[in-house]
Design a protein. Structure first.
Length: 138
């Protein structure tokens, strides 16, 4: 369900309620008519060693031939945050939240190259919003 909110500056912000009722911004129209879609755009960061996700991350590629650990931020301060993590290496990627669970589990595994997942937080736990698996056909 898409809900519309009016900003204090007079522009409109449209939110998509995605995770546990926490609105995730998908589109912003400013008072002068400018349009931005900041919530679904962002730079791609590639990591090659075990890493914690940063508040500035949106897309994270994991490139390693060895097992690697990715840590999601503390759930209690991440309500509405969305991250996409994708393995581009051959090592197993274990994604673990700093606090809370992922779909009721302690962690989430990316077992194969080019597998990925999008995670969203409701302020208490993390949820898998989408999974990515690329298959190549010959």
């Amino acid at each position: 369900m898409v809900e519309r909110y009016v900003n204090k500056d007079g522009g409109d912000t449209i939110f998509l309620t995605k995770v546990g009722g926490v609105p995730v911004e998908i589109l912003k129209i400013t008072e002068d008519g400018a349009l931005s879609a900041n919530a679904f755009s962002g730079k791609i960061r590639t990591v090659t060693t075990s890493s914690s996700l940063l508040s500035t991350d949106f897309y994270v590629l994991v490139s390693s031939s060895s097992p690697i650990a990715i840590t999601l931020p503390l759930a209690t301060v991440s309500g509405g945050k969305v991250f996409t993590v994708k393995s581009i290496g051959t090592g197993v990627v274990t994604i673990t939240p700093l606090g809370g669970l992922i779909d009721g589990a302690a962690n989430f595994l990316l077992n194969t190259q080019y597998q990925g997942a999008t995670f969203g937080c409701d302020g208490g736990n993390w949820f898998v919003l989408n999974t990515i698996r690329i298959s190549f056909f010959e």
